[in-house]
Design a protein around this ligand. Structure first.
Ligand SMILES: [Zn+2]
Length: 186
C-alpha cells in the first residue's frame, strides 16, 4: 500500500506490526518496538489498536519517538471502527504531525486514502467500490462484492486538495454509533 502523501526514498517509515503492508515500510513487531528510536522513523503506520498501545508506551516514557516528523498513517480494516476524533487528537498531541487514515479492504488492498485536506477519503484507482443500501462494498478481482460495514456516500466533485479522484464522504461504522449511544444512555 502506498502512503497518501509524497515521501522521498530516504524517508524512514516504520510500521508497528510484524508484517509491513505499507510500501517501503520496515515492520516492527511489539517485541521490536524498543528498536524504533534507533531506526528513527519519520513516518509511523499502524492500526488504531497498535497505535494506542504505542502511545501508552510513549506516555509511560518507555519510548521516545520525537523523531516522527512527517506523518502518522492509521490503517483501518473493513468491518472495523473508523478512526475517531478523540484518538485523532491524542495522536496529534503525542506526535504533532498530520494524521491520515487509510481504508483497507479484503486481501489487504487499499480502498481509499484520507485526503491531505481532510475532505474525505480518495478512492484508489485500483479499487472497485460501490454502495448497496448506503453501505460501501468492495470488489476484489473477480470475486463477489464484499461488505465493509461502513456507511457513507461517494463524492465526484473536484476536491479542495486538487486531486480529481472520487471521494468517500461522511463514512460511519454503525456498530460504533450504537456503542456510543449505549454508552451515553448507560
Ligand atoms: Zn482531497
Amino acid at each position: 500500500m502506498k502512503l497518501p502523501f509524497r515521501v522521498t526514498p530516504k524517508v524512514r517509515i516504520a510500521e508497528i506490526s510484524a508484517i509491513p503492508t505499507v510500501e517501503m515500510a520496515r515492520g516492527f513487531s511489539y517485541e521490536q518496538w524498543t528498536e524504533l528510536p534507533l531506526y528513527r522513523p519519520s513516518v509511523l503506520a499502524g492500526t488504531t489498536s497498535e497505535l494506542k498501545l504505542l502511545v501508552e508506551e510513549i506516555e509511560r516514557k518507555k519510548l521516545d519517538l520525537s523523531c516522527v516528523d512527517r506523518g502518522i498513517t492509521v490503517l483501518t480494516y473493513s468491518c472495523s471502527p473508523l478512526l475517531d476524533d478523540i484518538f485523532r487528537v491524542l495522536l496529534w498531541q503525542t506526535f504533532g504531525v498530520p494524521v491520515y487514515e487509510l481504508l483497507v479492504g479484503p486481501n489487504r488492498t487499499l480502498i481509499a486514502a484520507e485526503c491531505e485536506a481532510h475532505e474525505g477519503w480518495h478512492v484508489r484507482p485500483s479499487a472497485d467500490v460501490s454502495f448497496v443500501d448506503g453501505e460501501l462494498m468492495c470488489t476484489f478481482r473477480s470475486c463477489p462484492p464484499v461488505q465493509t460495514g461502513w456507511l457513507g456516500r461517494l463524492e465526484i466533485e473536484p476536491c479542495a486538495c486538487g486531486r480529481g479522484s472520487a471521494r468517500l464522504m461522511d463514512l460511519v461504522f454503525p456498530m460504533q454509533q450504537t456503542r456510543r449511544k449505549l454508552a451515553a444512555t448507560a
